[in-house]
Structure formats: structure tokens, C-alpha cells
Write a protein that binds this ligand. Structure first.
Ligand code: SF4
Length: 187
């Protein structure tokens, strides 16, 4: 895939085309200038998958993290992992962005911003989040119908429909395909 998504567009893309799990990671980094390892993996690999280059990734994480730490500490503690995710260091494995199944099953960490929020947050917090992101009370109820029944990916598909004025509810298996579907609809 072409490395064609500049990090300057991430604030906008997080609002229009990222599923809740990634939008929340993005917001967390912007507001806290830090995110724990699980979130760096979840969001970092997602960014790679949508086409953010290694150089831009390094710049994104460095610009945020160095609001709270010096550049040397960032270089020592975090740069290696970013290279690693892009397969440039260590095992040279090209790490794949996480699927919904992996995020739902393995990334749930109460009190942390990563994981699938439909599962890891309690329902009132999901509601508040959806309201803060501009969904009407009726739309929130449509999403919550699935959340409360444990159908997180259906909830995510409903959120997609409602935020894209789409008549079709897509099947959501992967945050990166959510993003791609969104980009297609947005033309
Ligand atoms: Fe993310 Fe998948 Fe959960 Fe949607 S269903 S928020 S894409 S993990």
C-alpha cells in the first residue's frame, strides 16, 4: 500500500473514518501525550495499515510523547518499537494490524484506552462517548441495542451506518477495513 496518509490529516480522519477503538486511541494520545504499550501496538499498526509511512509515524509519536519527556528518552524507549512494527528492526517480521477479533478478545484492559470500547467500557461510558461524538439519543440507542447484547461488531457496523448516512450496515471484522469502507464512501 502506498504510504500516502500524512499525519497532518489524522485529526480529521479520526473523526470521519476511524472506528471508535482507534478514534479513542487518537484522542487519548492528543490529550495525554502518551499511551501504554497495548495502545501503541493497536493504534500504531492501524496507522501503518492505513498508509502512514515509518517516517511520519516516528514524527507523530515523537511530537506527542516529547511534550512530556525529552527527545533522548523517547529515542531510547520508543523508537525501536516503531521501527519494529514496520519490520525494520529485530525479527524483521512485518507486523499486521490487529483484527476486531484480536482487539475484542486480547486487548481488553479496564481503565485503558485500547481494546474494543464497546466491550471494554461500561455501557453508560459508551453512551457518553457516542453523545460526545455527536450521535443523537435515538442513534445512541440503536448502537446500544447491540452493545448490551454483546454484539460489539454489529454495534460498530451500526455506528458506521449512522456516521456515514449509509443504508447498508457493513460487516466489521477489521478496523482497517472499516477505514477503507469509509474512505470509499467519502469519495
Ligand atoms: Fe474497533 Fe472492531 Fe471494536 Fe469496531 S468492532 S471498535 S473496529 S475493535
Amino acid at each position: 500500500k502506498d504510504a500516502s496518509v500524512p499525519i497532518e490529516s489524522l485529526d480529521q480522519l479520526s473523526k470521519t473514518s476511524m472506528p471508535l477503538c482507534m478514534r479513542m486511541c487518537h484522542d487519548h494520545i492528543r490529550s495525554q501525550h502518551h499511551i501504554k504499550h497495548g495502545g501503541r501496538m493497536q493504534y500504531g499498526l492501524f496507522l501503518k495499515g492505513i498508509g502512514v509511512s515509518l517516517e511520519d509515524s516516528l514524527r507523530f509519536w515523537r511530537e506527542e510523547f516529547t511534550k512530556k519527556m525529552d527527545v533522548d528518552k523517547f529515542a531510547r524507549s520508543y523508537e525501536y518499537n516503531i521501527h519494529h512494527n514496520y519490520g525494520k528492526k529485530g525479527s524483521m517480521v512485518n507486523y499486521t494490524p490487529y483484527s476486531c477479533m484480536k482487539i475484542i478478545k486480547e486487548m481488553a484492559a479496564p481503565g485503558d484506552c485500547h481494546g474494543c470500547p464497546y466491550k471494554s467500557l461500561d455501557p453508560p461510558t459508551v453512551k457518553a462517548k457516542l453523545a460526545a461524538y455527536g450521535l443523537s439519543p435515538g442513534a445512541i440507542e440503536e448502537v446500544m441495542f447491540f452493545v448490551t447484547r454483546g454484539h460489539y461488531q454489529f454495534a460498530c457496523g451500526k455506528y458506521f451506518m449512522l456516521t456515514h448516512n449509509s443504508n447498508v450496515e457493513p460487516t466489521i471484522n477489521h478496523p482497517n477495513s472499516y477505514f477503507e469502507e469509509s474512505q470509499i464512501l467519502m469519495g
